[in-house]
Design a protein around this ligand. Sequence first.
Ligand code: WTA
Length: 659
Amino acid sequence: MSGAIDSILVEKRVFEPAPEFKAAAAVSGMEAYQALREQARRDPDTFWGDAARDMLVWRKPFTRVLDESDAPFYRWFDDGELNVSENCLDVHLSNGNADKPAIVFEADDGRVQTVSFRELHARVCRIANGIAGLGYRKGDRAILYMPMSIEAIACMQACARLGITHSVVFGGFSTKSLHQRIVDVQASLVITADEQMRGGRAIPLKAAVDEALAGPDTGRVRQVIVYRRSGGRVDWRDGRDHWLHEIEDGQADTCAPVPVEAEHPLFILYTSGSTGKPKGVQHSSAGYLLWAKMSAQWVFDAKPDDVFWCTADIGWVTGHSYIVYGTMAAGLTQIVFEGVPTYPDAGRFWDMIQRHKVTIFYTAPTAIRSLIKASSAAPETAPANYDLSSLRLLGSVGEPINPEAWVWYHQHVGGGRCPVVDTWWQTETGGHILAPLPGATPLKPGSCTLPLPGIEIDVVDEAGRSLPEGKGGYLVITRPWPAMIRTVWGDAERYVKSYFPPELGGAYLSGDSAQLDSDGYCWIMGRTDDVLSVSGHRLGGTEIESTLVAHEAVAEAAVVGRPDPVTGEAVVAFVVPKDELPGEADAPALAGALRDWVMREVGPIAKPREIWFGNAMPKTRSGKIMRRLLRIVAENGEITQDTSTLENPDALNRLHGPY
Ligand code: WTA
């Protein structure tokens, strides 16, 4: 990337926190936020040291907060010892939370099962005793390949209890990805289920594990533990395979948490970048948990009687930090959902919010946009048909949320009264980085607002120089923070190369482009790989996409560049209409209307040269639009690539254009 990115989107709406919300919030008003930020800036050692002592239970107190001597290999609280599971569960046995529901699990078919903190603690202890009984101990590594379930969460916590480093592989990944991760992480244990249930269908998991373990370099795996979810048929290898209920059976309800060093790897989670083999992002125990808990309390303004629902899968970092660890350490009652938002119909989320009286709802823009489309196509599934009055706070994560989708979420789901916290962060950051504090920060739709206290960010050019407000560039984090990635598992060189290029003088490179406005608010413009260059202007696709989504006919849009001999790149837009996909006869008129719209709203520079229509965008398994594939379509008029890594490969079938 060279030069600054031009900003074209003008979004002027501001939503101040409601007085009642502000009055009841833990961080109330911007002065309180600024004071925390100042405190962290002035004396980070005291800020983080006090937080770590107040918020975590230690087995051995630390004497040093941050060791920067081997930067960028930072060490936090490194002579201290603790146990993460003790901090998530045991603490709630004596603070009044013991009989409070920890998890309200709703299965694909609607069956509901609730466990209290006391019951979950006992369950985790029995599983941990069972795993220890198979000979596993601190320093071992386990792969988890499981459906959303109480059992999966309990197994992650059981690993943490024993000091076993886990690596969760999303249940939607193929045997090949599973095999790659088993080998890379050098796992000796695999925990899985017979099958998973999604949208009324059973999808085998154990069979995929069997196949992965038949592959090369998997000889370290001694045991496979299988949770019986569906009762579907599985192949069995005696001596290697064990039912989860059998290893739990007869075990004690208590299990002494194993103290680990603060920097002991709690988990490794693979991120699939757009190129190269997935990176194993290694996280610590103490620093990670501290920030997961602090950020959960701040950003969700957590209260003891909240019912919190994060719709992410535990296979992603969002499920780690805001289901299994941070929110659990914070003692929240949580909804855990096995299924999909569109089964039995697109009203499932709203129905669940109504039935479980959810107060905080945290989901992804991809879900919001698809439910906007669904409620236009099938109005009986729209949020207006449900009682959503229990909600008091909404959250968004995973992609930029277009201002129009933000406003729809705010009005139609939040009834105009719930703040929307747009949280920007990454697998590598461990927890929220840029996000509003809902009782303090005035909200601007489409902006993830300001850095949390303790976090320092900047937007810089390729030489690492700070850019002025309104100029887009590289988003960097300029100071270390406790939950940051520690290394790329087994590849320290790749860690340094990917995240700490020498031009940045030690700052962490996020890989996203962004700009700051005159209030210091951050506007994410997309991944730096997705920046377009048109007639000498550098444009972030996100802004053109948001303009298209603001048109009444559009549910979702993706914008990519196609090489052009005159302008460098031409803007090519892919559009999913809210209603019927236009046929070839109607498409040119709609394309013309959208072109005029972009022309009027932002000017000729952003006007799409070509527009394609489809009934869905190709998405990654974590719900992000796969622009890389769309670039190939824009260039070649067809898809020549392997599309097996897509969540919805058939999305490409009905794509037609260009118009
Ligand atoms: C994108 C998910 C804009 C961004 C927690 C980031 C966002 C990548 C937002 C990390 C947001 C995530 N606004 N973009 N609120 N949240 N992203 O590792 O490009 O799955 O770099 O972590 O998602 O995705 P990951």
